[in-house]
Every structure is written in C-alpha cells, then in structure tokens.
Design a protein around this ligand. Structure first.
Ligand code: NDP
Length: 263
C-alpha cells in the first residue's frame, strides 16, 4: 500500500485527506492519505523520511522549504520557487506546483482582461506566474512592501496600499491574503475595495469553507463571486495524477473529489 500525507502547520482543517482518500477508496487504488503537522521547517525532510511516504502535499508555511529540499523541481514550480506536491521516485524527491494550474483551471470559465491579485504570499506568487505564462495583464497589491520585492524583481506590476489606484479599471479581483480566514477583515481598506468592486465583474477568494467579508461585499456590488473550493479540488486532481502516474482518469477524479468535497 502506498502512503501519502499533507504536511504543514496547521493541517487539522485540511480537506486534502478527504479528497484523496475518497479517490483511493472508490477508484480503487491501493493507497492511503494521512495528515501530519510539522512543527518547524527544519523538520520537514526528516518527517518525510521517517514516515517513508511515497509523496504528499505541502501546505502553509512550508512550500518554499519543500522547494529547497527537493532533489528535482519540475514545471511551473521552478519559476514560483514553491512546491505543494512531492513524490518519491527511486529515493529522490521530485517537486511540483499544482496550485498555479489548479487556480487557472478553477477560473477558466471567467472572461476577464485585467486582474488584481491582493496579497503577496505563496499563493499570490503561484497565480502571478500562471498569469504571466497566460499573458494576463495583472497587478499585485500588498499592504506592506517587503514581500512585493520578489514580484518587482520579475518585472510584475506591484503596488502597496498607498500607491494603488483602484479606479484604473480591473475586471477580476482575487483575494490571496488570509484576511477573512479566521477573522472578519477585508484584504484591503474598505473604501478602496468598494471603488474596485464598482468597476469589476468578478471576485475570487482563495479561502474556502465559509463566506468571507470580501466575497459578501462583492456580492453587494452584483459581482460574480467564487470561493477557493474549486481551486482546492483542481490542485488536488493534478496532485493525484502525479501520485498515481495518471492511473485514474481525470473524469473519475473530478467526480469523486467533487462528491467528497460537499460531504
Ligand atoms: P502567506 O502567509 O504566504 O501570505 C499571506 C498574505 O496575506 C501576505 O501578503 C500578507 O501581507 C497578507 N495578509 C495577511 N493578513 C492580512 C490582512 N488582514 N489584510 C491584508 N493583507 C493580509 O499565505 P498563502 O499565500 O500561503 O495563503 C493565502 C491564503 O490562500 C490562505 O487563506 C490560504 O488558506 C489560501 N489558499 C487556498 C488554496 C486553495 O486551494 N483554495 C491553496 C493555497 C492557499 P503582508 O505581507 O503585509 O504580511
């Protein structure tokens, strides 16, 4: 039996075990997916080795550390500098990033020209690189300048709260901050957010599981809204294909994961 796990801190809330175990149970595929809290980033590699997992997902706050410990990083993860999916192949750790393509798949039905990415953490990095590859016009807006340096070094449009002009016509607004995750905060000053929403068509939040103040306000302005549930499912589908070398069809993965997600 193969063993997979999610690694991060915290991991208690994660729905990844539910999604992957539902697939392994019903596909069927001889594997199990557990969750493992890792207290410190230096413990990530020893934990992978001690549990002797065949692979897994890495979540907050260890995606950059996962990038560093991999023997080989493939695909878009090389540009992002963060890994959320790993597999062991002949005693080598191979890393991937499925957040970026998962997000693009999740919003593939939306028709937009200019996007604002609120936040400058790991999720924002993944989306920014995916947008760059897709040729989307976007700007990254963060409350503090520190984390914007990475985006600026890649030539992306970056603004802090003071320099950002919300009236310059963005049709897609994405929240990648953790504002609204466990509090009732907006990811941007409320007045600025209202100005953005007056001109936008879509609001997408990466947070899932409950309605955030960001999405509630967007709905008041008549925007089409979407939470992070579909992104979670899409990144999990892509990760599962890596775990199993594509042994389970995309159609079956989608059906089983969507059914499991609403449980
Ligand atoms: P990070 O910790 O890397 O980055 C967090 C960002 O949020 C920083 O830019 C930080 O700004 C900003 N921020 C935090 N609190 C506030 C606030 N109150 N107001 C404004 N800005 C704030 O997080 P991640 O990028 O890894 O994750 C971000 C979110 O995305 C999380 O809520 C996570 O649950 C979700 N997520 C969802 C996924 C899915 O599949 N649906 C996948 C991955 C993540 P500063 O630099 O100033 O501190």
């Amino acid at each position: 039996m193969k063993l997979f796990s999610i690694f991060g801190n915290p991991v208690a809330h994660s729905r990844s075990p539910l999604l992957h175990n539902s697939v392994f149970l019903h596909a069927p595929y001889n594997a199990v997916y557990i969750r493992q809290c890792v207290a410190d980033e230096k413990d990530l590699l020893p934990t992978l080795e001690t549990l002797s997992v065949d692979g897994g997902n890495i979540t907050v706050p260890y995606k950059e550390e996962a990038f560093r410990i991999c023997d080989e990083v493939r695909g878009i993860a090389c540009k992002i500098g963060a890994v959320n999916t790993i597999v062991r192949r002949e005693d080598r750790w191979i890393g991937y990033n499925t957040d970026a393509p998962g997000f693009m798949e999740a919003i593939g039905h939306l028709s937009y020209k200019r996007a604002v990415i609120l936040g400058a953490g790991g999720t924002a990095r993944a989306i920014a690189v995916a947008f760059e590859e897709a040729g989307i016009d976007f700007c990254v807006v963060n409350r503090s300048r520190g984390r914007l340096a990475w985006f600026a070094s890649r030539g992306y449009c970056v603004k802090d709260w003071e320099s950002f002009d919300p009236s310059s016509g963005y049709d897609l607004i994405i929240n990648t901050t953790s504002a609204g995750l466990t509090d009732d905060a907006y990811p941007l000053e409320e007045g600025v957010l209202r100005t953005l929403f007056e001109r936008a068509c879509y609001a997408v939040d990466c947070i899932y599981g409950h309605q955030t103040p960001f999405l509630a306000l967007a709905q008041n302005y008549g925007l089409v809204t979407q939470d992070g549930g579909e992104m979670l499912i899409q990144q999990a589908i892509l990760a599962n294909e890596i775990f199993t070398d594509g042994k389970i069809s995309r159609i079956q993965l989608t059906k089983l994961m969507k059914e499991a997600f609403i449980l």
